[in-house]
Design a protein around this ligand. Sequence first.
Ligand SMILES: Nc1ncnc2c1ncn2[C@@H]1O[C@H](COP(=O)(O)OP(=O)(O)OP(=O)(O)O)[C@@H](O)[C@H]1O
Ligand SMILES: [Mg+2]
Length: 439
Amino acid sequence: MPYVSTRSWRLAPPGPRGGQVGGSGRSLSRRAIVEASRFRHAGGERETQIEQIDIKNYRLFKRVTLSDLRPLVVVVGANGAGKSTLFDVFSFLKDALTQNVASAVAKRGGFRSLVSRGHNGPIEITIKFRESGGRLATYMLRVGLDGATTRPVVERELLRYRRGQYGKPWHFLDFSRGSGNAITNEAAYGQADAKEQREEYKLESPDVLAIKGLGQFEKFRVVAEFRSLIENWHISDFHISEARPSAEAGFAEHLSTRGDNVAQVAQYLYEQHSDRFDLVLKSMRDRVPGIRDVKAKSTDDGRLVLQFRDGTFQDPFIARYVSDGTIKMFAYLILLNDPKPHPLLAIEEPENQLYPDLLHELSEEFRNYARRGGQVFASTHSPDFVNGVKLDEVFWLVKEDGFSTAYRASKHELLVKLLREGDSLGALWKQGFLGKTAP
Ligand SMILES: Nc1ncnc2c1ncn2[C@@H]1O[C@H](COP(=O)(O)OP(=O)(O)OP(=O)(O)O)[C@@H](O)[C@H]1O
Ligand SMILES: [Mg+2]
């Protein structure tokens, strides 16, 4: 299961009070992890959706909120307005979880270059999720420097759930610098008159996330689910050059972030989900002139190569000789037809290399993916792409005095009025309506 991290994480010896993480907490069985990783996506029904993101002191986001997020979120803005930085916030959380906070910060040039210029931090990221059961979850991570060692540490980490509008939220986790407490009676959550029971725990290091440390134990199922949700985020870093060469023959169910296993995933879809593969093929035939068929073919030396058959010629072209846009469209279709969508898919500038007429359909495909259970974030510079998008799906970022603010297109009264009168969003954008007036 590529989705599931099988690495186990050691927790420090029991803390001062309770601290049974290493003792009585049974490790999650493989089946339980798989169950958790599915995050109840199997039925295709959305279980979780990010509703709001708050960012403080992260590069040019001194203080930014994106609220009322839809299943499809499209971010526009001038060069340097912060689109890539927003996507990097997702990567940062994932890196902090899979590695630790110190290495996630180091990878980005160190704390001083990551924190907003002229500020000392702390960096704070808050994500609010809504689950279909009605629970509202808030995850907050605050990262600062340890005074003595100047090493980045978790100043505070909080995972809170609230059932219904008015219920008192439960803090499933509340940690600071490697120690804190967690709820030990998760199963009672939501029951009438149930009270939280907590225990203190110590993590192995102040830069490790508690969702990682505790998320491997069966008794912290909610935490494990949350951990697995972030682990399954797909933040695309697709490189055409890596999708072209033949790949080691092997098995892969999901496209990698860089796209280098596209042949393996194509073979998996062809063999295990032929209905999905047929959809990919049909879209390729409709969109790329001449394309009749695409196959992942094993070579004598045990590799796998993608072959594209053109209607005109007898012999197919191997991936190395087809156009950039052909490879990219194929990889997107493989990604978007994943039978088990990622809970979050983030794609930067999907329009690159693609013929403008195709972008409207591509945005529709993104929305379909979102409907099947994964939330999609895309950034774009393309009016054609935006034409396929609804107004309440669009945010635009504006950088002023060195820092960015996020605006919602649907709160822009003039835009709403002009769209109602029949203008297209892409055309209005080109005329300068986005970003000109703050809503
Ligand atoms: N620590 C920091 N504090 C303030 N601003 C920063 C910091 N680090 C980087 N920046 C600024 O953030 C911006 C990075 O923006 P980003 O790459 O997210 O833009 P973008 O919207 O993706 O642009 P493009 O359309 O060109 O890809 C740069 O303009 C850079 O000057
Ligand atoms: Mg960018």
